[in-house]
Design a protein around this ligand. Structure first.
Ligand SMILES: *[C@@H]1O[C@H](CO)[C@@H](O)[C@H](O)[C@H]1NC(C)=O
Ligand SMILES: *[C@@H]1O[C@H](CO)[C@@H](O)[C@H](O)[C@H]1NC(C)=O
Ligand SMILES: *[C@@H]1O[C@H](CO)[C@@H](O)[C@H](O)[C@H]1NC(C)=O
Ligand SMILES: *[C@@H]1O[C@H](CO)[C@@H](O)[C@H](O)[C@H]1NC(C)=O
Length: 479
């Protein structure tokens, strides 16, 4: 193909691939930055259209899979605060907002929304904790922030139906690529609103037997949280908890657990590693954001930033293994700060049984090594205290057999950001082999291994790839 024909091809291609141009109608900053191709009348990404970077999606999936043998209470998930209060849902939920993320905001802008994107988009972007304010009004359970707030909105007949939102989440879990996912819902009811049968029927319709119920916890698991692996084996993918300042409103204990967090902190009160606000090996900690900003009668503006604060970088939360870093205004750049495993662009190519993975001393990120016979130190985990890490005395080639670690330690891989931190502290910026064997395709352990190849959900979700890259690729193929 000649250069001019290639050029014509490029022009033709770009003209049929909708680009991020004016006709998208996206005017809101986070929607523009996310690269949405279709926006609402108010300039926010249309529901379920936010592009997802396949690399980020795969890295977050890796980080969840690594925790498969943790019990549910120790499972770290990205959490979304007031998930439903999102501009993409329309005027009732902040479509008319004027504040531009991130705070501190200039004086007198309005944000009654905690989010830009819908709950399904948030799930696609990697959130696994979803939090909802449900209020009964006009003959139905609806979704309304705080229910009776003079400015945020009193529950009205045009607020979304709770059943519809639960249905969206259930449909998302039904997608083939999400079958293994585990989510935690938090309903923030402030009083006993009754209508128990109605609420329980909504939950049943959305999730069926996938809810791990209070009686499952008591009778099947003897009162102790099961591991993520066990929950998957048993088909339990949803945990629902409710509660708050005024008590626990669990609609008869059929599906809903009383809130089980040990500590629930405002972002402004969070202390970074190594203090970590008292997070230890066993307690359950949520740290939440609030990015709202709106007029209060005679009191100027309410500033969520001053009162609560908002998480703008996840690095310290990851290092502290906070279970529920609870975000406002989730967006791809913010979520990216929660990746502690793969370097950008890694794993390059498809993982195979022979792949060897290392932690690079320079950036503390994971890479697939091109040469498994290179000599590196090995990541070693204490056999009894799993939070204690060291590296081998000597460097050697990657090996899946043999005693490469000191007495009392085994060749392993950090399962969360805290363990990685402990490994880094002892490795002193050396390159270190990681024992990734359990997660390699056709590796020793079922059933996670098949899920960890790059060719499943990560690779075929190319919606995030800019049109120009696709165009250039097709020119190369055409030539
Ligand atoms: C949008 O907000 C502005 C103030 O920021 C207000 O004047 C206007 O009435 C609002 N529009 C709607 C439809 O709520
Ligand atoms: C913000 O509101 C206050 C009081 O309502 C007013 O005095 C002030 O001028 C406003 N500031 C801006 C930047 O609009
Ligand atoms: C962990 O912290 C909690 C407080 O959140 C405390 O009650 C518990 O005793 C601590 N556990 C250990 C093992 O230090
Ligand atoms: C690597 O990890 C797997 C799975 O945890 C384990 O069975 C294996 O023994 C480890 N390899 C070495 C050399 O210790």
């Amino acid at each position: 193909m000649s250069t001019s024909r290639a050029f014509v091809f490029l022009v033709l291609y770009l003209s049929v691939v909708p680009g991020n141009t004016d006709d998208s109608g996206c005017t809101s900053q986070l929607s523009v930055e996310a690269g949405c191709e279709q926006c609402t009348d108010w300039g926010h990404c249309e529901q379920e259209t936010v592009p997802v970077d396949p690399w980020m999606q795969y890295a977050l999936k890796t980080q969840r899979e690594l925790q498969i043998d943790f019990t549910f209470d120790q499972f770290i998930m990205l959490d979304s605060h007031n998930s439903f209060q999102a501009r993409a849902y329309g005027l009732r939920y902040g479509a008319n907002d004027t504040c531009v993320w991130p705070p501190p905001y200039p004086e007198n802008c309005t944000s009654i929304a905690n989010h830009e994107f819908t709950i399904v988009d948030q799930l696609n972007l990697g959130m696994r904790g979803i939090e909802i304010d449900n209020w009964y009004c006009y003959g139905a359970m609806r979704v309304c922030h705080l229910g009776t707030h003079e400015y945020l909105g009193v529950c009205e007949a045009d607020h979304m139906l709770f059943a519809d939102l639960l249905g969206d989440i259930g449909d998302w879990l039904d997608q083939p690529e999400n079958q293994d996912e585990i989510i935690r819902l938090y309903f923030n009811e402030k009083e006993d609103q009754g209508h128990d049968d109605e609420v329980n029927a909504m939950i049943r319709d959305a999730f069926g037997t996938r809810v791990l119920t209070p009686s499952d916890l008591r009778d099947t698991y003897g009162g102790s949280w099961p591991t993520i692996r066990k929950m998957r084996e048993d088909g339990k993918h949803v945990l629902i908890a409710a509660g708050g300042t005024y008590g626990f409103f669990t609609h008869g204990d059929v599906y809903i657990h009383p809130l089980y967090f040990d500590a629930d902190l405002r972002t402004n009160l969070f202390t970074p590693y190594p203090d970590c606000s008292g997070r230890n090996d066993t307690n359950i900690v949520r740290v939440y954001s609030d990015s709202l900003n709106f007029p209060l009668n005679e009191k100027g503006y309410y500033s969520g930033e001053e009162t609560v604060g908002s998480i703008k970088d996840l690095t310290e939360y990851v290092k502290c293994r906070i279970q529920y870093p609870t975000l406002d205004m989730i967006n791809p750049d913010l979520i990216k700060t929660g990746v502690w495993t793969w370097a950008e662009g890694q794993p390059s190519g498809e993982l195979s049984y022979d792949s060897c993975v290392m932690l690079k001393g320079t950036d503390h990120r994971w890479y697939v090594s091109s040469d498994c016979s290179e000599n590196h130190y090995y990541a070693c985990q204490h056999d009894n205290d799993h939070e204690v890490w060291t590296v081998s005395d000597e460097a050697g080639p990657y090996s899946t057999t043999g005693d490469v670690c000191p007495q009392g330690y085994s060749f392993s891989i950090p399962h969360n950001g805290y363990r990685k931190q402990k490994l880094i502290e002892s490795s002193q910026d050396k390159d270190v082999w990681l024992n990734f064997s359990q997660w390699l395709p056709s590796g020793p352990v079922e059933p996670t291994d098949a899920k960890m190849t790059t060719d499943d959900s990560a690779a075929h979700r190319l919606i995030g790839t800019p049109g120009i890259v696709l165009a250039l690729l097709s020119i190369l193929l055409a030539l």
